[in-house]
Design a binder for this molecule. Structure first.
Ligand SMILES: [Zn+2]
Length: 220
């Protein structure tokens, strides 16, 4: 799952309207950012299988610290606690907690059985939607459209940046998704990790768009 995680971030604005979209996007992509760091550190392992369908080119050999369910609950709680400590916004903290957890649940739907429940556990889970390339694209596109729709109804632009920077953000995500779904296989594990880390730049971008938008309710 790639663009579906961003859909969760966008849609969660409805549940925590005062939370910045930056934080709401950071939550559902956090696990993959951690994964990239752990790959670079050599603590987690992935290999590339270039001849498979584009969604199956990564074989997740081991990633219990970033994607083990027990660890994920810990990451969610840590991030939500940090968020609450900085903002004192309870609804935001709860939504952040759910956002981090949603990543694992969505990965559970798409990954082949490679997701660990806890570090050292033998049981690996995953429903394997990625085996079906077009179903995956259809599901992610529907989720993404829903996320955009919910966010768009929940907020309104304060100025032009609030409209254009937001749509540029959406188009950029679609372009990256298109490259992943139809482009050539990734050249190396290191490049995957660095590209994934670069997606952290989408967090300040989302924060920036969002700061130029306001609650649509303030109309009344
Ligand atoms: Zn993931």
């Amino acid at each position: 799952m790639f663009i579906g995680h961003y859909a969760v971030g966008l849609a969660s604005k409805k549940l925590a309207p005062r939370a910045s979209l930056g934080a709401l996007i950071a939550a559902p992509i956090l696990l993959d950012l951690l994964w990239a760091v752990f790959l670079l550190l050599g603590w987690e392992h992935v290999s590339i299988e270039p001849n498979r369908n584009p969604f199956l080119r990564l074989a997740f050999d081991s990633y219990p610290i970033s994607h083990g369910l027990v660890a994920v609950v810990g990451w969610a709680t840590l991030f939500a606690a940090l968020y609450y400590g900085c903002t004192r916004y309870g609804a935001g903290a709860i939504v952040i907690w759910m956002g981090v957890l949603s990543h694992w649940l969505m990965d559970y739907v798409v990954h082949r059985p490679d997701l660990p429940l806890y570090s050292g556990g033998n049981r690996l889970v995953g429903l394997g939607l990625w085996n079906h390339r077009w179903y995956t694209i259809a599901v992610e596109m529907v989720l993404f459209a829903l996320g955009i729709f919910i966010y768009w109804r929940q907020t309104k632009a304060k100025d032009r940046i609030g409209a254009y920077a937001f749509w540029a953000f959406i188009v950029f995500l679609l372009a990256v998704y298109g490259a992943a779904a139809f482009g050539p296989p990734p050249p190396s594990v290191k490049k995957i990790a660095i590209a994934t880390l670069c997606s952290a730049l989408l967090i300040p971008w989302a924060w920036w768009c969002d700061s130029h938008r306001e609650s649509a309710d303030s109309r009344s």
